[in-house]
Design a binder for this molecule. Sequence first.
Ligand SMILES: C[S@@+](CC[C@H](N)C(=O)[O-])C[C@H]1O[C@@H](n2cnc3c(N)ncnc32)[C@H](O)[C@@H]1O
Length: 310
Amino acid sequence: METYCHTPVLLQEVISGLNPQPGQNFIDGTVGGGGHALAILQATAPNGRLLAFDRDQGALSAARENLAQFGNRVIFIHDSYSNLANYVECNKFFPVSGILFDLGLSSAQLDDGNRGFSFKNIGPLDLRFNINTGSSAAELLNDESESELTRIFKEYGEEPQAGKLARTIVAERRLHPFQTTTDLLAVVEKVKGSGRRSINPATLVWQALRIAVNSELQELAEGLKSAVQVLQAGGRFAVISFHSGEDRIVKDFFRRESKNCLCPSLAPVCRCYHQAALKLITRKPVVATTSELNKNSRARSAKLRLVQKI
Ligand SMILES: C[S@@+](CC[C@H](N)C(=O)[O-])C[C@H]1O[C@@H](n2cnc3c(N)ncnc32)[C@H](O)[C@@H]1O
């Protein structure tokens, strides 16, 4: 197996926030190369267990190898964290003391030219975490309507030229169906230029496609609910997000679930009977220190939010 290269972000902050103790059970919803998982397993030694999820079979194999020393303390699951409640139930994985979601993708995925996650590598335009399910990014570009493509670029990439980009893609695919990263990069450069900007214009286009291909925001919304459902009282839940769309979903969900009533402020009495399930531990997201940023540029956009189950 190739080396799986990924430095965990906000590691100290995650560990001090989740506060894992010997013998406790944790869930890592996005185990990746197992960097955060390793620290959790060390802290929960000698017999704490970890339920480790990843949608990417390659990431899961890397985690299996990197965490081999912990033997049957780790249960690996090739599925989305949105299904975690089912696995907690069927593995009788109770009580759950803490959960981590470290969203997005790893450096190893970004560097893998066969997946299309980076416009810097020439290769097939796939972008699926799980290559066995759903449609690839190329299929999406070749099959979706112009209005759906516009929506994807606007909503998931906040792309100011979403309409023009979608129109150009639809015209281009009549001549040559999209297959590779180079095909899409050529269209992005045609519409937006390749200009010397701090963020490459292709970055947000790729982000939007990846979110759409993997239904990332829907998965996140489901995953947040499932995590809160299985967490024991007093248990902690940490989520690291990497772009504003993700962070908004996490922030709104945590705020909502930390309120006792969701009635409009002018309502004379509460009629919703909503009960808070969470206490906010971080009111503002935790971001990387300068020292971490100097070592790991991936930490630049990372935002950590933390809650505790009531
Ligand atoms: C940023 S990496 C995690 C890195 C990991 N914390 C570490 O320290 O090595 C994110 C991982 O989440 C996985 N992933 C993305 N969406 C997922 C989902 N809905 N369910 C499970 N895994 C997911 C990706 O395949 C990727 O391996």
